[in-house]
Design a protein around this ligand. Structure first.
Ligand SMILES: NC(=O)c1ccc[n+]([C@@H]2O[C@H](COP(=O)([O-])OP(=O)(O)OC[C@H]3O[C@@H](n4cnc5c(N)ncnc54)[C@H](OP(=O)(O)O)[C@@H]3O)[C@@H](O)[C@H]2O)c1
Length: 339
């Protein structure tokens, strides 16, 4: 498997660590030898060597804040140039998410698919806005377009639904799709104010300096849209669904809910209503007996309602360097591993 990494930030580096750490087990267990032949990154620079770059050296440079392009396999073009130049089997698209335009990720993915390369991405923009176009292009080209890491990072919710729950009719998928807001709500239960918890979350690196994408529900909304499009076959955009964040919830409201056997969670959900697919993001009072109510801190969880099994709940990390890098690794094994 000749691989290109497009975007060498948190996720790209997390994947690189896993590829180095698991080199032997990938070969022994899946007959899979992964050669990273190129990396494209904005500020860190780019590398290309048709025989494989020195991934450990690239990782060391990136971690120490140096440019990877100081290494001998320096490549001077941009990501589209690298995709056009390299004879790769697969790319990992892990540039930043832009939920309004889905660029530059969509152009990278389209170029790779056009060239007959498999793609995995952790980037929410392309699936939320252009999933069906990209899936159609992948089908025409006979390659796979995978995106496990876009919802709950490496916690296998999309693969669970697509593969392990194959044959079940799914009527609803609902859950805690944003770790930052779940952390804030969990801490507010101890009586702290929203403002105080947000400040701590920012200090701990759980929340951005401008926290709108999390606290106003937009990040969860992107994931709801991805679930609607990929699991329910809808052709929806984020604007099609109502979205409310957690900014109006007070500690008093949380305490009051608890007295009544309930707990506030920011719930993203998608469900079938006759022929229609509906979705929403909003704070909900979840009964304390429901599995989602016990999910605290930055952890994510999803309950899938099926005909054959009833409710199936999966709980796990929704972010993180290695956790999200793992989502790309499992997609790479899916494409190139022999099981
Ligand atoms: N981190 C997580 O826990 C997590 C979880 C789930 C999904 N995701 C998604 O995964 C993606 C990557 O996340 P991340 O945390 O790794 O972000 P990140 O640390 O900001 O890394 C993104 C990288 O992409 C590079 N980049 C930006 N534009 C580029 C371009 N045109 N060509 C080549 N490289 C480009 C950036 O380069 P410079 O910084 O050098 O400019 C940066 O190194 C995002 O879409 C994110 O939403 C992340």
């Amino acid at each position: 498997m000749r691989l290109l990494l497009v975007g060498f930030g948190t996720v790209g580096q997390g994947l690189a660590e896993l590829l180095l750490e698991k080199e032997k087990s990938l070969l022994d267990e899946y007959g899979l030898k992964v050669d990273v032949i190129g990396i494209s990154d904005m500020l860190k620079g780019s590398l290309y060597n048709a025989d494989g770059i020195d991934l450990a050296a690239a990782l060391e440079k990136a971690k120490s804040g140096d440019k990877i392009s100081d290494l001998s396999d320096k490549y001077d073009g941009d990501a589209l140039g690298l995709i056009a130049t390299a004879d790769a089997d697969m790319i990992v698209e892990a540039t930043y998410t832009d939920i309004k335009t889905a660029e530059p990720a969509t152009s990278h993915i389209r170029a790779a698919l056009e060239k007959g390369m498999h793609v995995t991405t952790t980037n929410k923009g392309p699936e939320a806005l252009f999933f069906h176009d990209l899936a159609k292009l992948a089908k025409e080209k006979g390659v796979q377009f995978l995106y496990e890491g876009t919802v709950m990072s490496g916690t296998p919710v999309l693969n669970l639904i697509r593969e392990t729950l194959a044959g079940c009719d799914i009527s609803e998928v609902k859950g805690i799709l944003n770790g930052t807001t779940n952390y804030i709500l969990s801490e507010m239960e101890a009586g702290l104010t929203y403002e105080d918890v947000l400040k701590t979350a920012q200090e701990l690196g759980y929340a951005e300096a401008v926290p709108d994408a999390d606290v106003l529900g937009w990040d969860a909304l992107a994931k709801v849209t991805i679930i609607a499009n990929t699991v329910f076959g809808a052709t929806c955009k984020p604007d099609d669904f109502p979205c409310k964040g957690i900014t109006e919830i007070t500690s008093d409201a949380i305490a009051d809910a608890k007295k009544r056997g309930k707990r506030f969670k920011l719930i993203g959900k998608v469900w079938r209503d006759g022929d229609q697919v509906k979705g929403s993001v909003a704070p909900e009072e979840v009964d304390l007996s429901h599995p989602l109510a016990g999910v605290m801190g930055a952890t994510n969880a999803v309950t899938v309602t099926t005909d054959a099994l009833g409710d199936v709940t999966i709980v796990g990390p929704g972010a993180g360097r290695v956790e999200t890098g793992y989502s790309a690794l499992v997609d790479i094994i899916h494409v190139g591993g022999k099981r």
